[in-house]
Design a protein around this ligand. Structure first.
Ligand code: DSN
Length: 475
């Protein structure tokens, strides 16, 4: 199949080349670069060729605002099929009451979920109180009352430097502006979530919504405990599983570690560990289904039918045993990477991992995250700098590098390959020095011994060659 798709891609690229050769060339170069580097960005992956191919069709041309069978545009019968199939796969895969495949990205999924929760808990009761069927019927005075209520709700989410996400109430983000927000952190001595401290904070703050989930926390979360805490203060529990949706789909996270049975609303992206197209998805308990269904026009514009189609294909892939095996190998590989780093002197936040993320504190190498990220990139290792809890270097320079195994596991990397990757990372970081100016080490510039970057790229090349990306695809 790859050979046939290879021919199809060559034909498509030739067609693009005839219109804008620079884009055809950039597309070829991107594949070349992705093939030639060790991709350790924890939020990236490699979607299958069927998933990628599904995005390149005429579904892109269709407007379909509304919901399945209830559109504001004509001629949406095939989009209805696409959206219904994507939602059906999502419900079955995750055991959810309801699924909404329209969000264009993780942030749109979260903002849609927030407004759905506000609609459920604030707008609907107010409409009843004021005797109106919808907001357009409200008098000016009642509308102002409702607007004030919308603006006075409380959100409690994990802080960015403890591993939370911008959309969990970070003040510069819309989530931090829409709500009165507070953040919970991790235990300063262990880096782990402290459920007792969180319960205390929730009891004092009394939020409408508690958000669980993370983008840089290398451990599992007990969602049964999160539910208990939410119930103890009458809060809605929303879980953002964008990072670990693939581990839920692949049945690595089960029981108390599976958010779906415990959360009122679950949001995710579809392109990280889930390995689908770039996009978002919302799952919800039946109670919230009609509120989330109002995502368009409440927050979203027209859905992207070509991306919803690709979500359906990726979700079908995620239902297979092969995907379950993949998800388990992602975690085995992260453990192997963590152990490989620690045995070579690397200091990890929480001293290890039990998901797909490893958070390396690079101050033990005398570097900032920015210097470490750049030195690793020179050596062909792509990872992103990241804050560590209470980071002394702030969010720009940072003290950490976040590493993730979903992408390399897709290429077929094994635990012994990950040990070699750990050796390459520590060899590069041990040999890299911050540039000293006026007797003081800087935070951005660095020096590497001659030949180290090239030598590491060659070392990485051997591993990459033994696990080709899209084998048979020749452009
Ligand atoms: N940008 C994603 C990540 O890297 O985790 C989150 O939005």
């Amino acid at each position: 199949m790859t050979e046939a798709l290879s021919g199809a891609y060559q034909t498509l690229l030739a067609a693009i080349e005839a219109v804008e050769p620079r884009i055809a060339q950039a597309t070829r170069d991107e594949l070349k670069d992705q093939r030639a580097s060790l991709k350790l960005i924890a939020s990236e992956n490699y979607a299958s060729l069927p998933v990628l191919a599904t995005m390149g069709t005429w579904f892109s041309d269709k407007y379909a605002e509304g919901t399945v069978g209830h559109r504001f545009y004509a001629g949406c019968q095939n989009v209805d099929t696409v959206e219904a199939v994507a939602a059906e796969h999502a419900r079955e895969l995750f055991g959810a009451d309801y699924a909404y495949a329209q969000p264009h990205s993780g942030i749109y999924a979260n903002v849609t979920a927030y407004w759905a929760i506000l609609a459920h808990h604030i707008e609907m009761p107010a409409l009843k109180e004021f005797g109106a069927k919808n907001v357009s019927e409200l008098s000016e005075a009642d509308w102002e009352t409702l607007r004030a209520r919308f603006g006075n709700q409380r959100l409690l989410g994990m802080s960015l430097d403890a591993g939370g996400h911008l959309t969990h109430g970070f003040r510069p983000n819309i989530s931090g502006k829409m709500f009165h927000q507070r953040s919970y952190g991790t235990d300063p001595s262990t880096g782990l979530l402290d459920y007792d401290a969180l319960a205390k904070q929730a009891a004092e703050f009394k939020p409408l919504i508690i958000v669980a989930g993370y983008s840089a926390y290398p451990r599992r979360v007990n969602f049964a405990k999160m539910r208990e805490i939410a119930d103890s203060v009458g809060a809605v529990l929303m879980v953002d599983m964008a990072h670990f949706a693939g581990l839920v789909a692949g049945k690595v996270f089960q029981g108390d570690e599976d958010p779906v049975p415990f959360a009122d609303v679950v949001t995710t992206t579809t392109h990280k560990s889930l390995r689908g197209p770039r996009g978002g998805l919302i799952l919800a308990k039946q109670d919230y289904a009609s509120d989330v269904d109002r995502g368009c026009p409440m927050v979203l514009g027209g859905p992207l039918p070509h991306v919803m189609a690709a979500k359906a294909v990726a979700l079908a892939e995620a239902k297979t045993e092969a995907f379950q095996d993949y998800a388990h190998r992602v975690v085995d590989n992260a453990r192997a990477l963590a152990e490989g780093l620690m045995k070579r002197g690397g200091k990890l936040v929480t001293d290890g991992t039990d998901n797909h993320i490893v958070l390396l504190d690079v101050t033990s190498f005398g570097l900032t995250g920015r210097q470490a990220e750049s030195a690793l990139l020179d050596a062909g290792i792509v990872a992103n700098r990241n804050s560590v809890p209470n980071d002394p270097n702030g969010a720009w320079y940072t003290s950490g590098v976040r590493l993730g195994t979903p992408a390399l596991t897709t290429r077929g990397f094994t635990t012994s390959d990950m040990d070699e990757v750990a050796a390459m990372i520590t060899d590069v970081l041990k040999a890299t020095e911050p540039t000293v100016k006026d007797g003081k080490p800087g935070k951005a510039k660095y020096e590497m011994p001659a030949g180290l970057a090239q030598g590491t790229q060659e070392r990485a090349g051997k591993l990459l060659d033994s696990h080709p990306l899209y084998p048979g695809l020749e452009l």
